[in-house]
Write a protein that binds this ligand. Sequence first.
Ligand code: NAP
Length: 293
Amino acid sequence: MQIQGTTKLLGVMGDPVEHSLSPAMHNAAIAHLGVDYVYLPFPVKPAKLATAVAGLAAIGVKGFNLTIPHKQAIIPLLSEVSPLAQSVGAVNTVYWTERGWLGTNTDVAGFLAPLRSLNQSPNRDWKHTKVVILGAGGAARAVVAGCRELGCTEIHLVGRNRDKLAAFAASWLNTPISVPLTVHPWEELSMVLPETGLLVNTTPIGMYPQVERSPLTDADFTCLNSQTIVYDLIYTPSPTQFLQQAKAVGAIAIDGSEMLVQQGAAALKIWLEQPVPVEVMRQALHQKLGLAT
Ligand code: NAP
């Protein structure tokens, strides 16, 4: 990749952003394609978000990603927000058009990609798959939207804070996506788990450095089996304790690394308006994570 006078800018805004793996993934794809772009980390404090967004427009940036804590705060600063991102209530990808900054959400596509590529997926009966989601934060919103897109008709969400659970449930009532969602306090977990077909951890429990932790006990896993898909959005470590417990009962385990790759690939495709080398991005990420490819 050669940076020159014509090189166009892409990047990721976050606070902190120093640990983002996106620059490695995107710049590997940019180098592979030989396009005249570079993808940079943009450390932006919440109070400076509006100034930064205006500044990026002023210098002709083509698009950017958003990570914690800007995924919701960006919304009022955009000219348009896609219906999907409106439903999710979060924007992770922004691109410049003649109408101004447009925001969308590629986390949903990222979440869905490994589920859709499961061997049995074409025949999988998502409609009758009971979904249980742990956690009620930003990532859980993308997971709910993704499960709705799969056609799931029974989605249970378990969280530790009753007020947040009520707000989470209420937030889906007036969105373009109608969602068959029931929320439960954490104490109801063991009652909710039996017959789960897809169990998704969206809490940070078990993420590095607290790698010995898991949101579920071994006893919780005894009601799951080889038909259950257990999906952890965490990608460091891989596998998490949660996924090791899942493998011990023979369940199908999916970690968060492919979601990260696929949300990035979907964003790059929007900015470059051409197919992108997903395998190159996957390898760059796996190399950064120390995973075998
Ligand atoms: P978030 O908005 O902070 O939400 C985290 C949720 O987990 C909240 O509902 C929080 O509950 C709950 N939680 C935290 N600690 C808990 C505990 N000890 N017991 C029970 N619940 C707990 O974060 P997020 O943006 O959704 O991200 C969540 C995880 O997903 C992170 O590990 C992140 O790295 C991962 N993620 C991965 C990808 C990917 O591409 N693979 C993408 C996005 C996120 P309270 O609301 O009560 O605090």
